[in-house]
Design a protein around this ligand. Sequence first.
Ligand SMILES: Nc1ncnc2c1ncn2[C@@H]1O[C@H](COP(=O)(O)OP(=O)(O)OP(=O)(O)O)[C@@H](O)[C@H]1O
Ligand SMILES: [Mg+2]
Length: 183
Amino acid sequence: MSRVVSLTGTPGTGKTTIAGHLAGMGWQTIELTELARRQGAVVGRDENRQTDEVDVDLLSDAVAMEVRSLPTVGNILLVSHLSHLMTCDQVVVLRTSPRTLRQRLEARGWPESKVRENLEAEAVGVILVEAMELEPAVPVLEADTTSEGPDVTANRIANALDGGEADLEAGRVDWSEEVMEWY
Ligand SMILES: Nc1ncnc2c1ncn2[C@@H]1O[C@H](COP(=O)(O)OP(=O)(O)OP(=O)(O)O)[C@@H](O)[C@H]1O
Ligand SMILES: [Mg+2]
């Protein structure tokens, strides 16, 4: 059977970029945003937050169907800030320092309210906490994409998932010092 790995993290932490590198290494990748639209799991639009509203249960069903349709060899990568909420064997959470994340999100032309909401989520590690609290528990790795290039991060993730030493144990990333400068 294939191993299903969920690549998650706050928007802008680098999921799609890293997924591109892992696809180049032969991983089968599924972008859940695209799948959600295609399979009718987008159920509304939050205009204030400028985000699509996704029905997580509908998306889970669509993911399960999609996974079943893929060849049962190699690794399957679910790519989305919702991917850790899907049935999977392993979660990888990408993290980025809020200062660097601000630059990436501003470069997308996002309004300040949307940038700020995501910086705050990253600062307190909302997605990491959600992943660590999953029941039944799923192994969680955490990779910092602030300073190194995507190719380096992708290699580190691939090595860690193959059982290598890669220092990606969850719980090492901590933005509290940087966040204290906000006050
Ligand atoms: N080590 C790294 N890993 C991944 N991306 C990086 C890294 N260093 C810099 N970047 C840059 O950060 C940006 C990440 O954007 P990307 O679209 O991949 O994020 P995302 O997590 O998929 O966002 P979204 O949730 O909105 O889809 C890219 O411009 C990428 O080049
Ligand atoms: Mg993306």
